[in-house]
Write a protein that binds this ligand. Structure first.
Ligand SMILES: [Zn+2]
Length: 180
C-alpha cells in the first residue's frame, strides 16, 4: 500500500498491468508473452478471476469484468479495494497489491512539476518527451494502407506540441516517399 510512511508514489514508478496483458499471459495458446516480470493464470472455468504474481512473489487474485459493447467486448479489472472498474492497475514500489490509481493515491510525475517556472518548463518538456518516446517504443506498426495509423498520428501531434518538429517533418517526408 503506497500510504506506507506517508510516501506518495508516481504512476511512472509503479508496475502496471492491463487486462489484455494478464489475459494473454494466462492463455498459453495466445503464446505472446511480452512480459517477463509477471506471471498470470486463471483461477476458474469462467476465466474472470486471474492470479497475478510479480517476480515470483505471492500471487494476487484479481477479478475481470467483461462489458458487452455494440461491437464486441471490453475487459476491465475490478479494483479489489474500491470495486470500481479499471483499465489499469498499479503496484507501487514496495507495494504488496495492485490497485487502481485512486486507491493508490498515485500522481503523474508531470502534475508535480511547476510548469510555470523556467526550470519547471524544461523538466516538464523533458519528461513529456520521454513519455512520448516511451509510447512510440510500444508501436509495432505505424503505417497501414499507405497511411500512418491513428496512434502514430497522435504521436506526431504530441511531437509537434513539444517542439519536435524534425520528427514530424521526417514522417511527412517518409510518407511522401512511400506514395511515389
Ligand atoms: Zn480502487
Amino acid at each position: 500500500m503506497c500510504y506506507m510512511n506517508n510516501i506518495t508514489y508516481f504512476v511512472e514508478e509503479c508496475t502496471t498491468i492491463t487486462p489484455k496483458e494478464v489475459i494473454s499471459i494466462a492463455t498459453p495458446t495466445i503464446g505472446k508473452k511480452y512480459r517477463t516480470d509477471i506471471d498470470c493464470w486463471f483461477e476458474n472455468e469462467d476465466r474472470n478471476i486471474v492470479s497475478v504474481s510479480v517476480n515470483g512473489k505471492e500471487p494476487q487474485m484479481i477479478t475481470l469484468e467483461f462489458i458487452e459493447i455494440h461491437y464486441g467486448q471490453m475487459v476491465y479489472f475490478n479494483c479489489g479495494k474500491c470495486s470500481s472498474r479499471s483499465a489499469k492497475l498499479y503496484l507501487p514500489p514496495q507495494g504488496i497489491e495492485f490497485q487502481c490509481r485512486e486507491c493508490g493515491k498515485l500522481k503523474y510525475r508531470l502534475s508535480a512539476i511547476n510548469s510555470k517556472s523556467i526550470a519547471g518548463m524544461a523538466i516538464y518538456r523533458a519528461v513529456k518527451i520521454n513519455m512520448i518516446m516511451d509510447a512510440r517504443a510500444t508501436m509495432n506498426r505505424i503505417i497501414y494502407r499507405g497511411q500512418y495509423t491513428h496512434r502514430y498520428n497522435r504521436f506526431l501531434k504530441k511531437c509537434k506540441s513539444v517542439g519536435l518538429h524534425e520528427v514530424v517533418t521526417n514522417a511527412q517526408r517518409l510518407l511522401k516517399t512511400i506514395r511515389i
